[in-house]
Write a protein that binds this ligand. Structure first.
Ligand SMILES: [Zn+2]
Length: 88
């Protein structure tokens, strides 16, 4: 989803600043991980870096959780639009 380039230390970093679409996707993932997987902010930070190569601070992830509201935050029963959970 996010292009990467190799840094001088051999790790991958985002090739450019996040576009708005990427940011919304990232926010969606953060909410999903928090609500559905029950991860803590620190666990989400680690997950983002390990899974996506996206480095975000604890403060940034906290801001994503607080500044945006997904369906679940708004009191809905289903997951984020990105991961709708149909009735079982
Ligand atoms: Zn949410």
């Amino acid at each position: 989803m996010i292009e990467r380039c190799a840094g001088v230390d051999g790790k991958n970093y985002p090739a450019r600043p996040l576009r708005r679409d990427d940011l919304l996707h990232l926010v969606g993932r953060v909410h999903f991980l928090s609500h559905s997987d029950g991860l803590s902010v620190r666990q989400i930070v680690r997950h983002l870096e390990e899974e996506y190569g996206v480095r975000r601070s604890v403060g940034s992830v906290s801001a994503y959780l607080n500044a945006y509201r997904c369906i679940k935050c708004s009191g809905g029963q289903n997951g984020t639009p990105e991961h709708p959970e149909g009735p079982t």
